[in-house]
Design a protein around this ligand. Structure first.
Ligand SMILES: Nc1ncnc2c1ncn2[C@@H]1O[C@H](COP(=O)(O)OP(=O)(O)O)[C@@H](O)[C@H]1O
Ligand SMILES: [Mg+2]
Length: 440
């Protein structure tokens, strides 16, 4: 290598969509980390969803002191708004409080060019639709990825975005189809390619692990590296960049162990129906009353205090994690332990299915109590299979979540609602990575 060798500047790849909520930010954060961790690339991800940014939230950067907004307004040098994630990924967040049209988006490419030599890829997390924000993102890109879900409105609006990209003469990397549930009403890969005239370069199934991972600000490729959505993300990172795809190393190890032990675990995830069938035909005939939501769930005073106590502990854990006092690993473990505790207390509630009749009104017909025993039996069996090594942790988690999502008396056994970051009392300003550790 010659002494004055300079790597080529980063390729700028943006992710846009017609409809919002299709998974652009999820993809950018996960693909960014996959490129860093699995493909050993230097990557910067930039939030160019200027009026509704969330990339920082996905990656645990909540209160950045400088943002892309400051850069576009020439308030700070570009490096000031670059932050380092623990994975090695670099992030340029946007201001959560900025309003639409407040900055000159057209400076975007020029500003990014100033740091392009430091990276192999710069990924832009764009916005939905074909407004000025999206146009600015597209114009700043070398290639554009269009993200959609398999429903007609999402695909129709994706076609409009594709037309805009073509009008600008920017290369289209292809389409990513996310949140596939496999229902008969969904558009197929072939239909999507047929109606858009573009290549489908990746698919991701709907998976509860994705929102679960986001709720702990840990992208799923780190949260559950061997899970289906993680493997899909890595494959997509490979498809977009052309870098050869390798399976996560632990998968190879577990495949080897399985082949030595002779216990072949099915790659296909067992369906809820199959498990239910194992537990007896009766279990399938869940009474219709089970589908009814309770109007209220009541708790005795002791349980109520216990629930409040555990919730406080969970909030304290969230704060400590955000403030860097707890490591991601300890946080996950403690969070899991307290979640289980909370669920156990919530399960003690007594569901009330009908409001008491008003004075003078006839008493409502008694409603059949749901067979909550059936769910309990199912959960016990899943736990047994997990502890006995028959079910993997991932399958156990997935099936347990499915079992808990069947409406039953303890419908309060749902996962905790997402924490509201903006309500946090203590704000932690993140320092730009640039000062701490300048790359190259
Ligand atoms: N494959 C998936 N399975 C389940 N939920 C998903 C998946 N991809 C994204 N989501 C969820 O969809 C929501 C919107 O995703 P996001 O990445 O913020 O979309 P966008 O950036 O396009 O608006 C998030 O709550 C995320 O958890
Ligand atoms: Mg987004």
């Amino acid at each position: 290598m010659q002494p004055d060798y300079k790597p080529p500047p980063a390729e700028i790849i943006s992710f846009v969509s017609g409809k919002g909520g299709v998974g652009k930010t999820t993809l950018v954060s996960n693909i960014g980390i996959a490129l860093v961790k699995r493909f050993k690339k230097k990557v910067l991800v930039v939030d160019t969803c200027f009026s509704s940014p969330t990339l920082g939230l996905h990656l645990g950067i909540l209160y950045p002191s400088s943002t892309i907004h400051d850069i576009l307004e020439n308030r700070v040098p570009v490096e000031e708004a670059i932050y380092a994630h623990s994975s090695g990924l670099h992030i340029m967040p946007a201001s959560l409080s900025a309003k639409r049209g407040e900055v000159d988006y057209n400076r975007l490419r020029a500003k990014l060019s100033q740091v392009a030599d430091n990276y192999d890829y710069i990924l832009l997390d764009g916005s939905a639709g074909v407004d000025e924000e999206t146009k600015a993102t597209i114009k700043a890109s070398d290639r554009v990825v269009v993200v959609t879900n398999p429903d007609i409105p999402a695909i129709t609006s994706a076609i409009k975005v594709l037309e805009t990209i073509k009008d600008f003469g920017i290369d289209i990397a292809g389409i990513i189809l996310n949140k596939i549930r496999g229902s008969e009403y969904e558009a197929t890969a072939r239909e999507i390619e047929g109606s858009t005239d573009e290549k489908l370069i990746g698919t991701i199934r709907y998976d509860r692990l994705v929102p679960e991972s986001i709720s702990s600000s840990t992208p799923v490729v780190l949260y559950s590296p061997e899970s289906d959505p993680s493997v899909s993300m890595i494959k997509i990172a490979s498809a977009i960049t052309g870098l050869p795809f390798t399976l996560p190393s632990r998968s190879i190890v577990s495949t080897l162990v399985e082949s030595i032990l002779g216990r072949k675990e099915k790659r296909e995830r067992p369906s809820m129906e199959k498990i239910v069938r194992h537990l007896g035909e009766e279990a399938q005939k869940l009474p219709t009353a089970q589908k009814k939501e309770p109007v209220e769930v009541v708790y005795d005073d002791e349980t109520k205090t216990a629930i409040e106590g555990v919730r406080k502990v969970i909030h304290a854990l969230e704060d400590e994690y955000k403030e860097g006092i707890l490591s991601a690993e300890s946080y996950r473990e403690l969070r899991k332990y307290n979640n289980e505790k909370l669920k156990a207390f919530l399960a003690k509630g007594i569901p009330i299915y009908e409001k008491p009749p008003a004075p003078g009104e006839p008493e409502a017909a008694e409603i059949e109590q749901p067979k909550s025993d059936m769910i309990k039996q199912l959960l016990d069996s899943l736990k047994e299979q997990y502890e006995g090594g028959i079910l993997s942790e991932e399958d156990f988690k997935h099936l347990r979540a499915q079992a808990l999502s069947v409406p039953h008396p303890s419908s309060t056994e749902q996962p905790e609602p997402k924490k509201k970051h903006h309500k946090r009392k203590k704000k932690k300003k993140h320092k730009p990575a640039y000062h701490a550790k300048r790359r190259r």
